[in-house]
Design a protein around this ligand. Structure first.
Ligand SMILES: O=C(O)CCC(=O)C(=O)O
Ligand SMILES: [Mn+2]
Length: 202
């Protein structure tokens, strides 16, 4: 399904609620849950280290290391189910992605706090392609300079959200906890780390 632009004055969002058909999304969810080496990342908040409330894995080309929440992650290799998907994401986004952060939200108690994907290694105006599988969760935005300006998108199974232009410069996003019973959810945010040291893509 094609991506449609969502109206946003000082950012760019494109969204396809069923970018993957349900049977394909079902198969991908099963394959990725099994193929990804899930781990609990330690994150630093206000100077203190905590276990992040979800399972994660940083995957990418050799050299695409990433500093997130002041912790450096060296990429794990691409599992088979992700290598094929990457080519389709590249085509849909127009960007040669070299890395992906995978997150597994086991229940409504797993979450991600407010942040922008604005690490220097992503460069200015990064394109982030976010594919969601599993239980539908609410993805919230708030304006960086005016936290009362908010909106939210429901991200269903098989949906693709592209965040580009000035979205990261002007907006933060979060995936809040929910008390609603919700199926496990797997999210992939494909990124392009800007680095001169990466070997050429085959
Ligand atoms: O799980 C999500 O939809 C968002 C994940 C996210 O913001 C990130 O990986 O930076
Ligand atoms: Mn993010």
């Amino acid at each position: 399904m094609r991506l449609e632009s969502l109206p946003l004055a000082d950012g760019e969002l494109q969204f396809a609620p069923s970018w993957l058909e349900a049977p394909e999304a079902d198969a991908l969810l099963v394959a990725l849950r099994g193929q990804i080496a899930w781990e609990t990342h330690r994150i630093r908040i206000f100077g203190r280290e905590h276990d992040s409330p979800r399972l994660s894995c940083w995957i990418g080309d050799a050299g695409a290391s990433y500093v997130y929440s002041r912790v450096r992650f060296e990429p794990r290799p691409w599992p088979p189910a992700l290598a094929l998907l990457r080519a389709r994401i590249d085509h849909a986004s127009g960007v040669a992605m070299n890395s992906v952060l995978a997150n597994l939200y086991r229940s409504g108690q797993d979450a991600m706090g407010w942040h922008s994907d604005d690490e220097p290694e992503l460069g200015a105006r990064p394109v982030i392609a976010s594919l969601s599988l599993g239980g539908t969760r609410r993805f919230r935005f708030r304006h960086r300079r005016d936290h009362s300006k908010t909106f939210a998108i429901e991200l269903p199974h098989g949906s693709l959200l592209l965040m580009s232009g000035d979205t990261q410069a002007n907006w933060q996003h979060a995936l809040p906890r929910t008390a609603r019973p919700v199926a496990p959810r797997l999210n992939l945010t494909f990124r392009r780390i800007q680095t001169d040291s990466l070997p050429p893509r085959p």
